[in-house]
Design a protein around this ligand. Structure first.
Ligand code: C2E
Ligand code: CA
Ligand code: CA
Ligand code: CA
Length: 278
């Protein structure tokens, strides 16, 4: 019993130490990761539910620390937001994603839209719109091949500066989608008045299918999207049953492990190559 207790104590301190190290040094480590190229993107396809065709891809940030190993974005992005590092990090993501998409277009794969996730805090960045315009210019990518995913929290306060930026991005030809839809506070008014193209139904509702409550919620979001003439995408689709339900309800696009996990650029390219050969 004594041994067990000691083990438990030891595990506890290791856990605490990990927490301590990461919180204390994460800013420094992230800066180094940016500099040393220990960050990279994974890509997850978005599929037309009716035809099975790939319409786009979402870029998801990955960090492989030489000592701590893989650190998931849910863990380091909130910290990056706290210390302001989300600004250079977010910029790196956009520039990398644009260049990658252009590279695939140059290799003559059928062009598709590249989505990047934007933190609400990035909208506080004075030159956000200019930075994105510059990223497109630098990559020589047309704006219509870029989409940004924002969460409902961007819209909560109806902040005039944020709305101005969204409208400017939209005017450039960039697509705008609302991520994690249904978990926040969007009102019909937001969806009607703001320059939004797509709603992404949050994974929590999709993974609940089949279940009467989640079926009702998912159906309602799809109907609402149809009524407002928005595109609707379901995230986190893992089963055939979920896919069939979504198709029957008229959901346009799906994304999830059923079709593909987020994968590295070379793996993704192999998938494109195989598709081209078909
Ligand atoms: P998100 O934007 O909602 O991304 C979807 C998350 O669900 C991803 O987790 C993805 O790997 C995961 N996922 C996709 N399909 C399935 C599925 O079928 N089943 C399950 N169980 N999971 C699935 P990931 O990559 O760990 O990212 C987590 C969150 O971190 C993202 O949620 C997003 O909010 C944030 N994030 C990731 N990359 C970036 C980035 O470049 N910038 C910003 N600001 N946030 C990012
Ligand atoms: Ca997303
Ligand atoms: Ca999401
Ligand atoms: Ca999320």
């Amino acid at each position: 019993a004594k041994d067990k207790g000691e083990n438990r104590y030891e595990m506890y301190t290791i856990e605490m130490e990990k927490e301590f190290i990461s919180r204390l040094t994460i800013e420094q480590e992230l800066r180094r990761a940016l500099k040393d190229n220990n960050l990279y993107l994974h890509y997850q396809p978005k599929i037309d539910i009716k035809t099975g065709e790939m319409l786009g891809v979402e870029a998801l940030l990955r960090w492989n620390h030489p000592d701590f190993g893989f650190i998931p974005p849910d863990r380091f992005i909130p910290i990056a937001e706290n210390v302001g590092l989300i600004i250079p990090l977010g910029e790196w993501v956009i520039r990398t994603a644009c260049k990658q998409n252009k590279k695939w277009q140059d290799q003559e794969y059928a062009p598709f839209v590249m989505s990047v996730n934007l933190s609400t805090l990035q909208f506080k960045q004075e030159n956000l719109v200019e930075m994105i315009a510059d990223a497109l210019r630098e990559a020589d990518l047309e704006a219509c091949w870029l989409e940004i995913e924002i969460t409902e929290s961007v819209l909560i306060n109806y902040d005039r500066e944020i709305i101005k930026k969204l409208n400017a991005l939209k005017a450039m030809g960039i697509y705008i989608s609302i991520d994690d839809f249904g978990t926040g506070y969007s009102s019909f008014n937001h969806l009607k008045n703001l320059p939004i193209d797509v709603v992404k139904i949050d994974r929590s509702f999709v993974s609940g299918l089949p279940n009467t409550n989640d079926e009702a919620i998912v159906s309602a979001i799809i109907s609402m999207a149809h009524a407002l003439q928005l595109k609707v995408l379901a995230e986190g689709v893992e089963t055939e049953h979920q896919w069939d339900f979504l198709r029957q309800e008229g959901c346009h696009e799906g994304q999830g492990y059923l079709f593909s996990k987020p994968i590295a650029a070379d793996e993704f390219e192999e998938m494109l190559r195989n598709k081209k050969k078909e």
